[in-house]
Design a protein around this ligand. Structure first.
Ligand SMILES: N[C@@H](CCC(=O)N[C@@H](CS)C(=O)NCC(=O)O)C(=O)O
Length: 227
């Protein structure tokens, strides 16, 4: 199976699709849709995504799909590589739980923070500091939840990486690396790179380094700066 990926080379949702394709070793051809000039609203693209957004894919057999997470779930069933959606019922339920938290709790705050900072700046609009402060406080409380979860397991759905972790990566990078938000030093299970002191003292297998673990995956390293 091969497909064409229509999108913008550095935008979060396009990167989400490219990431899963890389993880599953599925070849694709990238086709630029320049959202900076509004190409995604032109008839030739709206024909494939009626909401005038990217990314979308067109497979070599003509099959089409839009919505980055739907595409990611589809690609996870193809190709080869790590099992990104567990099949055992309880593991699957934990995966759905983690995927729901990413989609429902983390993503809306991350998207708005990105809009209120990076995109406002690109448009030359003044920052709305009050709104940013409110969003950062909501983000911090969500990351506290992630910290609790990740103090008990290596990844968001258990001890194996799943799509829920991968789906987090594009906006995780915007929030943690580009905007420097998230106070990661206070959340060792979300971030700590070296074996953390708590785990050493308690003689536990270190379960820290989640962000480092997922962001250093070769597939993410291959796409994160643009495809
Ligand atoms: N839920 C959609 C969101 C797609 C989306 O908002 N894409 C952005 C680029 S990352 C876009 O097309 N923006 C252009 C616009 O809003 O017109 C997905 O995950 O694919």
């Amino acid at each position: 199976m091969a497909f064409k990926l229509y999108g913008h080379p550095t935008t979060t949702r396009t990167l989400r699709v490219a990431l899963v394709a890389k993880e599953r070793n599925i070849p694709y051809e990238f086709v630029l849709v320049d959202i900076m000039t509004g190409q995604q609203k032109q008839a030739e693209h709206v024909e494939h995504n009626p909401f005038g957004l990217v990314p979308y894919i067109i497979q070599d057999d003509g099959f089409e799909l839009f919505e980055s997470r739907a595409i990611g779930r589809y690609l996870a069933t193809l190709g080869s590589g790590p099992e990104l959606i567990p099949t055992e019922p309880k593991a699957y339920a934990k995966f759905e739980q983690a995927a729901s938290v990413e989609y429902d709790q983390f993503d809306p705050i991350a998207v708005e923070l990105s809009n209120e900072t990076i995109w406002r700046q690109i448009r030359g609009e003044p920052p709305n500091e009050g709104r940013v402060k409110e969003l950062v406080s909501r983000l911090e409380s969500k990351l506290d939840g992630y910290e609790v979860l990740l103090s008990k397991q290596k990844y968001l759905a258990g001890d194996d990486v799943t799509l829920a972790d991968l789906f987090f990566l594009p906006y995780g990078r915007v929030i943690f690396e580009r905007l420097g938000l998230g106070n990661l030093d206070k959340r060792p299970n979300v971030q700590r790179q070296a074996l953390c002191r708590i785990c050493m003292v308690r003689r536990l297998t270190c379960r820290c380094r989640w962000w480092k673990a997922i962001s250093s995956r070769p597939a993410w390293q291959a796409v994160k700066d643009g495809i």
